[in-house]
Write a protein that binds this ligand. Structure first.
Ligand code: DER
Length: 232
């Protein structure tokens, strides 16, 4: 499967290039699974000494399943490196994250690390945001405020938002690891993403949004021909 192989290539290269002994922030999603696999391999084969801080229940399960040392942000507020996936990246490494609904703790871990490294397959590497990712920018909101927030977003920034529903597995909206809802904001056109990120977070009721502007140190994209494209 070319996409899964591309994810693995990017993940392995990032772990080999950036992980040294220390506290590592572990992102969420399917690509980071390969990074945890490689991390566990290096701990076993090279005696690498790492403590892994999760960005979600999913990441926590991954750390435990691979027998890695589990830490938390209270014990380790400063991380050596955080490795995480992305839903899309533009050429300036502005990211859309939150496709998996874990954007809030992901952004915290990205901000607490000396280096924030992104791993993804070729589908995520765009020139501009919105070219390949069509599900909009996730916005985590306090449940009681979701309607007021989406009215504010549409008034201030245009586009259309919708409440992310769980689908067949559970009736009602998605509830995040933090007990909040998610609005997916379908924006129009290319914007000043730094301004948009700030504007979104200034709306009362918004907890965090999935725009990561100027945070990534480097990104590794696995390509379908078996190569790895790097952007920084
Ligand atoms: O939800 C997230 O932010 C994830 O990191 C997501 O952006 C990447 O998920 P994937 O590795 O399964 O594509």
């Amino acid at each position: 499967n070319p996409v899964e192989n591309a994810k693995r290539l990017a993940a392995f290269k990032a772990v080999d290039n950036h992980v040294v002994n220390g506290v590592i922030g572990i992102g969420s999603g399917s690509t980071v699974v390969y990074a945890v696999e490689r991390l566990a391999q290096r701990v076993k084969e090279e005696g690498l000494e790492v403590i892994c801080v999760p960005s979600s229940f999913q990441a926590k399960q991954l750390i435990i399943q691979h027998g890695l040392r589990l830490g938390d942000l209270e014990m380790h507020p400063e991380l050596k490196v955080t490795i995480d996936g992305a839903d899309e990246s533009d050429k300036q490494l502005t990211l859309i994250k939150g496709g998996g609904g874990c954007l809030t703790q992901e952004k915290i871990l990205a901000s607490c690390a000396e280096e924030f490294i992104v791993i993804a397959d070729y589908r995520k590497a765009s020139d501009n945001l919105g070219q390949q990712w069509s599900k909009g920018i996730p916005v985590e909101v306090i449940p009681s405020a979701y309607r007021s927030v989406y009215q504010r977003i549409e008034k201030a920034l245009g586009g259309k938002s919708e409440l992310r529903m769980s689908g067949a597995s559970k009736a009602g909206p998605v509830v995040t690891d933090n007990g909040n809802f998610i609005l997916d904001w379908n924006f129009e056109g290319v914007k000043n993403w730094r301004e948009v990120e700030i504007s979104l977070n200034m709306i009362p009721g918004v907890v965090e949004n999935g725009l990561f502007v100027g945070m990534a140190r480097k990104a590794y994209f696995g390509m379908s021909d078996g190569s790895v494209m790097e952007r920084e």
